[in-house]
Design a protein around this ligand. Structure first.
Ligand SMILES: C[C@H](O)[C@H](O)[C@H]1CNC2=NC(N)=NC(=O)C2=N1
Length: 91
């Protein structure tokens, strides 16, 4: 997988070893939680689940495919969906 080329379509994300990561700065805490809730729905649909660290209104998200020991298409698919959700909420 050409990770750098996939990342060029996802400027908010950066590679850290076997993961891609981004932060999401929500306008306030309730919005941050709504974003997490919408991500959770997508994660269940895809059976692919991000690591999420919630710090007040900032989310730290990390994606990898544990089952395959590295990054796969699913990580980039979910990353794009997370970007859509964040943008919709002004984050
Ligand atoms: C058995 C089941 O398919 C898994 O353990 C799934 C669930 N969610 C997952 N999420 C992520 N991010 N990586 C995985 O490898 C993964 N595996």
């Amino acid at each position: 997988m050409d990770v750098e080329s996939r990342l060029s379509d996802l400027p908010a994300w950066r590679r850290e070893g076997d993961e891609i990561r981004r932060t999401v700065d929500a306008p306030d805490f309730p919005t941050a939680i709504r974003i997490v809730d919408e991500i959770a729905v997508k994660a269940e649909e895809l059976n692919h689940h991000p690591d999420i660290d919630i710090r007040w209104r900032t989310l730290h998200l990390a994606l990898t495919t544990h089952d395959k020991g590295g990054l796969t298409d699913l990580d980039f698919t979910l990353a794009a969906l997370i970007d859509d959700i964040a943008e919709k909420h002004g984050a």
